[in-house]
Ligand binder design. Structure first.
Ligand SMILES: Nc1nc2c(c(=O)[nH]1)N[C@H]1C(S)=C(S)[C@@H](COP(=O)(O)O)O[C@H]1N2
Ligand SMILES: [Mo]
Length: 171
């Protein structure tokens, strides 16, 4: 009788332990980060405060309605440099077959060749934006959005960016 009673108490205790753990997991909203990985010397995990420490520039693009939108953020090339990606003088030969895949938290993905990002090749500055009109980006847009100037459609402007992944196109 006593043994049975103890195992019943044990089961109840286990139930509450598991349930409260789940409640805790739901309430502790994880801080959003962008992971930079793949063909990099150093994998990065960037939070809003990491990005805030890096030099910001402004970049504009048209939204779906054709209205010009101005954002502020960090040039993607600066982020890739920090991760040790082959850029500048190293961007030649087979390194020119590398691309950066940008992924959003909904799984949406687009690619850019490294030469599209490198200031040795282009004057266009693509940024990882974290601000618009001096404020953090709205839910569903940010906290991180890729802003791609000079394109006729905003389809490569990934919302809620979660990953920048460098790969070889040959793989
Ligand atoms: N994560 C994510 N980003 C995305 C998309 C998407 O489905 N998921 N759609 C793209 C497309 S097709 C367009 S037209 C633009 C729309 O951006 P806007 O709402 O600022 O016009 O977001 C782009 N970025
Ligand atoms: Mo679109």
């Amino acid at each position: 009788m006593k043994k049975r009673y103890l195992s019943f108490i044990f089961l109840i205790a286990m139930f509450f332990a598991v349930t409260s753990e789940n409640l805790f997991a739901q309430n502790s909203s994880k801080e959003a980060v962008v992971k930079v990985e793949g063909e990099v010397l150093k994998t990065l995990t960037l939070s809003l405060s990491d990005l805030a420490k890096m030099p910001h520039v402004e970049a504009s693009m048209k939204n779906r309605e054709g209205q010009i939108q101005k954002y502020s953020g960090v040039p993607v090339i600066e982020i890739l440099k920090q991760a040790g990606v082959t850029l500048g003088k190293e961007l030649k030969g087979e390194n020119l077959t590398k691309y950066m895949l940008v992924r959003g938290s909904d799984g949406y993905e687009v690619v850019f060749s490294l030469a599209e990002l490198d200031s040795a090749f282009t004057n266009r500055v693509i940024i990882l934006a974290d601000q618009k009109d001096g404020k953090p980006l709205a839910d569903g847009v940010g906290p991180f959005r890729l802003v791609v100037p000079d394109e006729n459609r905003p389809a490569r402007s990934v919302l809620e960016v979660s990953h920048l992944i460098v790969r070889f196109a040959k793989d």
